[in-house]
Design a protein around this ligand. Structure first.
Ligand code: SF4
Length: 261
């Protein structure tokens, strides 16, 4: 782990985040120790560490909270995506408290916020989250199979813990999005779909595995594609799963699902 000095903490949104209607992204860290095999962030040019070490390092922006205080006025009422190239509730956040500090500084300016995370630590900050008028927590929940999680995202929290977190957020009155992005191989697609339908998320987003020939940001990594192939997961099964969900709830696919509250 290293700490770095950052020039800014709210960066103008780009790409699909911008197209979705966000004004800024906010990344308290670079790198991410959840280390998902399909992660596109490892391909970013600003990550100087070799790609094969993705998931084994992170840098903390030591002046993140101070910057959030200084830059607060520019985000008043604006739409912020937190985070686009890291997970704001990766394990280091328990000690570093950067995400918490940024939220505390943002709150008086009432931006519209999406927090995108696999981290169950997000419930620690319920006291702050409930003070935002427009905020949604998107929980990424890719599968119903712990065996698949072990293969593809072994350092991220178990799915049952993420479900529990989703319920706790919802019970506290927070809007919750369920992001099955990407939909990883499923043990029982119908049962998983029923569970998502029953949860009553504010937004449900899905994304299939796809091979864009290495185009940045659009590809699913070869490691993850290999696992999908081994488990006979394919586009047809993905489509069937989405169509089942669509009989009962609205489903956004891919970047269409990433918009501010
Ligand atoms: S949690 Fe997000 S940023 Fe971290 S490795 Fe997984 S996909 Fe990448």
């Amino acid at each position: 782990m290293e700490t770095i000095e950052s020039r800014s903490i709210f960066s103008p949104a780009t790409g699909y985040i911008r197209r979705g209607g966000f004004d800024f992204t906010c990344n308290p860290y670079l790198g991410c120790t959840f280390g998902c095999k399909y992660c596109y962030a490892k391909f970013l040019p600003q990550n100087k560490i070799p790609r094969e070490l993705w998931g084994k390092w992170f840098s903390a922006k030591r002046n993140a909270v101070e910057l959030a205080r200084k830059e607060g006025k520019k985000i008043a009422g604006k739409a912020i995506y937190m985070s686009s190239v890291t997970d704001p509730y990766q394990p280091a956040e328990r000690e570093m408290l950067l995400t918490r500090g940024i939220l505390r500084e943002m709150q008086p300016h009432q931006p519209r916020v999406v927090i995108q995370t696999r981290g169950t630590l997000v419930t620690r900050d319920l006291d702050l989250l409930t003070r935002f008028q427009n905020l949604r927590v998107n929980i990424t929940l890719g599968s119903d199979s712990e065996a698949v999680r072990e293969l593809i995202e072994p350092k991220s929290p178990p799915y049952e813990k993420r479900w529990l977190t989703s319920h706790q957020l919802k019970a506290a009155g927070i809007k919750v999005g369920i992001c099955i992005t990407p939909v990883l191989p499923l043990d029982n697609p119908d049962q998983f779909a029923e569970r998502i339908i029953a949860f009553g998320a504010t937004v449900v987003v899905t994304q299939g595995f796809h091979d864009a020939g290495g185009a940045f940001g659009a590809d699913t990594s070869l490691d993850a594609l290999k696992v999908a192939k081994e488990l006979a997961w394919n586009q047809e099964k993905y489509r069937k799963f989405v169509e089942y969900l669509r009989k009962y709830i609205r489903v956004y696919e891919g970047e269409k699902g990433f918009f501010p509250p």
